[in-house]
Design a protein around this ligand. Structure first.
Ligand code: APR
Length: 248
């Protein structure tokens, strides 16, 4: 990661009147949560079809088995890393308006970020698919799968978006607002492969935002959407970025 690039990124963020962050699984890898794609990716171990909404309704037990292994065995013990903390610090300093995340691990909130829009929902809540009763994870036992509602005995599902489900309207609206108004958008740890989420940085760019990308390796955005590519691990790059923002 070139020194002048990080200095340029720091100046842009300090001078920007409206900066937002768009994050993906890569920002949580150093918290111990594997990404979805790439050689260590979850989709090389699990078939993503088990998280398609109609598969879930047709094969709830099989789908719940994958859900539990991926999201409740992996995610359960994860804690925020330096990259999450730096975004919370930037918000505190009035240098970051919002975080739009594709992640469902709640780590931005646990790091102290207050304005977080979850494009794919959140894994910390469970919702009954019939009576809409809401439970926090831990309230319902996962010893017997699929998890059923104690009130009506119908299927319970995690409150995150399965493939084939609509994006939560409030998160979508706020993401579009950031894509319209951002002068700078920090894009951290995403392949930008999955739509419509992957459109957000592209829309921001077309509305005049400067795209600062932080990724271990080039993504679908690098080279044509990204203006400044800070290659490296998110926690290292974000720590370096904050140091440059503060010292100048
Ligand atoms: N630091 C920075 N970037 C990293 C790191 C790291 N330590 N480790 C991995 N990455 C990058 C990878 O290079 C890759 O570009 O994070 C990205 C992870 O990509 P994906 O696994 O595709 O995650 P994401 O882009 O968030 O996927 C979007 O796909 O399966 C769905 O709903 C799921 O929200 C997810 C969506």
């Amino acid at each position: 990661m070139a020194d002048d690039q990080i200095k340029k990124a720091a100046t842009l963020i300090r001078e920007s009147k409206y900066t937002s962050a768009f994050t993906g699984a890569g920002i949580s890898v150093e918290s111990g949560i594997p990404p979805f794609r790439g050689e260590e990716g979850l989709w090389s171990k699990y078939d993503p079809k088990t998280l398609e909404i109609d598969f879930f309704y047709r094969n709830p037990k099989e789908s719940w088995k994958v859900i539990m292994e991926i999201f409740y065995e992996f995610f359960g013990k994860a804690t925020p890393n330096r990259a999450h903390e730096v975004l919370a610090e930037l918000e505190k300093r009035g240098l970051l308006k919002s975080v739009i995340t594709q992640n469902i691990d709640n780590l931005h909130q646990e790091a102290g970020s207050r304005v977080v829009y979850e494009f794919h929902g959140n894994s910390k809540k469970l919702v009954c698919t019939f009576c809409n009763a809401v439970y926090s994870v831990g309230e319902l036992s996962m010893d017997v799968l699929p998890v059923r509602c104690p009130k009506c005995n119908m299927l319970v599902k995690p409150d995150f978006i399965f493939f084939g489900e609509a994006i939560p309207q409030d998160a979508y609206n706020h993401a579009l607002e950031a894509a319209r108004n951002s002068q700078v958008m920090l894009v951290i740890g995403t392949t930008a492969e999955v739509m419509p989420a992957g459109q957000i940085p592209i829309m921001a760019k077309s509305n005049g935002a400067t795209i600062i990308e932080v990724n271990r390796e080039p993504s679908n955005l690098t080279g044509h959407i990204t203006d400044i590519f800070l290659q490296g691990k998110a926690s290292v790059v974000m720590d370096e970025l904050l140091k440059n923002i503060i010292k100048t």
